[in-house]
Design a protein around this ligand. Sequence first.
Ligand SMILES: [Ca+2]
Ligand SMILES: [Ca+2]
Ligand SMILES: [Ca+2]
Length: 287
Amino acid sequence: MYALYKKIRNSWVSSILFACVLLVIFLVLFYLSNLNLGPSHKIQSVDQNSVAIDPGAGIKEKLGALDVSMESYDEWAKSEGLNSNSNNNALDADPDGDGLPNYLEYAYGTNPTKADTDGDGFSDSHEIQNGYDPDASNPSARAQVEISVSKINIAAPVIWSNTTDSAGMDKDLENGVIHYYQTAAPGQNGTMIVSGHSSNYVWAKGDYNHIFADLNNVAVGDVITVKETEANGRVLTYSYKISGKKIVSADDQSVFDNSSNPTLELTTCWPIGTNLQRLIVTADLAQ
Ligand SMILES: [Ca+2]
Ligand SMILES: [Ca+2]
Ligand SMILES: [Ca+2]
């Protein structure tokens, strides 16, 4: 009888021990499955083929507000053959009818009397609205974009990602943060989504594996600066003011809602070391 009791007891103890071991293994696997496996960009794919942008509408309205390094407007207008006595010389005139007023032709260094400055088949305004360089003959040339948040000492190149494929984005994230595929271009109406790592595998390549690790330390009112350099040397600087910060679930599709105003959204995986949620920081273009 005692032997039977002992056997049953032992089998109960063994079962409980076995269950505990299974539970520990499960917990370890669960933890590992969430640890660094989801690079920060791993938000679900989005269809934003129809980002509606009015030419120049998202860019600061006044030339004086544009932080562009260049010669004076009058000198430029003269060199471009705009007659100073005609209406064509006005800042908001559009003599070539390409949708870009002169002050934006000036800012981007494009030709105010030619709709397609670089002759690549796409008009100046079309290229700018879609984030292409309007003065580079290669039709797929992009401006160089950098993002900085001085509050948390971040500065990184923004890579124009051409895919929502995870492996492709991972590759792009080795070289900086990524401009999420088919979201708005800098300064333009719509939501420009920029994703970066808050953490990654210790063996992961690249210098930007923790670039957004301090993103939670920003506050409403802090400034995010986006600097865009065209191939012709024109530099345009946009200041976005942080308007909000939130944490959402990893599959929350509202992060892809497209604003009608120029908006910047920074995203990263959260909490650090997991891909369970996303930290989202939104900012509006300072006018
Ligand atoms: Ca024009
Ligand atoms: Ca033009
Ligand atoms: Ca063009």
